[in-house]
Ligand binder design. Structure first.
Ligand SMILES: [Zn+2]
Length: 234
């Protein structure tokens, strides 16, 4: 399969430009997620409902009663853990009543809904987690090994690196519909449940769209690494 993909050829100079552009995109996405979150974390919702209450309301409406909502330390450490059926919110979003807190909490509840209804992309993403963990563990050693190899990445080491980035690219690609869908569900539920008024939604949209851009940047980065490695195969 790798041989049949060896036709991918982009001049080295173009790769340098692309790597710089992807780096700028990643930095921009990170700055944007921080700035939009900080801005909307200061805008309190009129309803005064906390992130925890919002997540609970969204899940209750979807008929989910077996997911535990827990509070955790850290900044933007919010996530849904499908293995343990746990919705984890950072303290600021768990207790907060801001547009940012409600957006993030409802987004995580969106993942819980995906899990309950067996959303195919989430199932696929979960199935890829073990392989992604393995390749993430291997990659640092490959990068380290490439420094000691006279001609950089070649032969079997290059092939293993290609497989690693192929797995990562696929994982990041599948992450995109999972994240977009969770945010779409969050936006619908926040207005339909009357947690937020329509004129409060721009702050939620801004926060969730900025978060989505970081996933796009991660996918583009993994894909570029994959194409670069493929171009180095003779
Ligand atoms: Zn998410």
């Amino acid at each position: 399969m790798i041989n049949s993909l060896a036709f991918v050829f982009i001049p080295q100079g173009v790769f340098i430009v692309l790597f710089v552009l992807v780096f700028i995109l990643a930095i921009y996405a990170q700055i944007r997620v921080t700035s939009t979150y900080n801005k909307n974390a200061k805008i309190l919702s009129r309803g005064g409902i906390t992130g925890r209450e919002a997540a609970e309301a969204v899940m209750t409406r979807a008929g989910i009663t077996d997911v535990e909502i827990t509070e955790t330390d850290g900044h933007l450490t919010d996530h849904y853990d499908p293995t343990n059926k746990r919705l984890v919110l950072s303290s600021e979003n768990y207790r907060g009543t801001s547009l940012a807190a409600l957006g993030v909490a409802a987004h995580e509840a969106g993942h819980a809904i995906q899990h309950k209804i067996g959303y195919s992309m989430l199932s696929l993403r979960m199935a890829l987690v073990p392989a992604t963990r393995i390749v993430s563990g291997i990659l640092p050693f490959i990068i380290l090994a490439s420094w000691f190899l006279v001609r950089g990445l070649t032969g079997i080491v290059l092939d293993v690196a290609i497989i690693c980035y192929a797995v990562l690219s696929l994982f990041q690609l599948i992450t995109l519909p999972v994240e977009f869908d969770a945010s779409r569900r969050a936006k619908v539920q926040l207005t339909e449940l009357g947690i937020l008024d329509r004129d409060e939604m721009p702050g939620v949209n801004e926060t969730l769209n900025a978060a989505a851009l970081t996933y796009v940047a991660a996918f583009v980065g993994a894909l570029l690494n994959l194409l670069y490695l493929l171009s180095r195969r003779d």
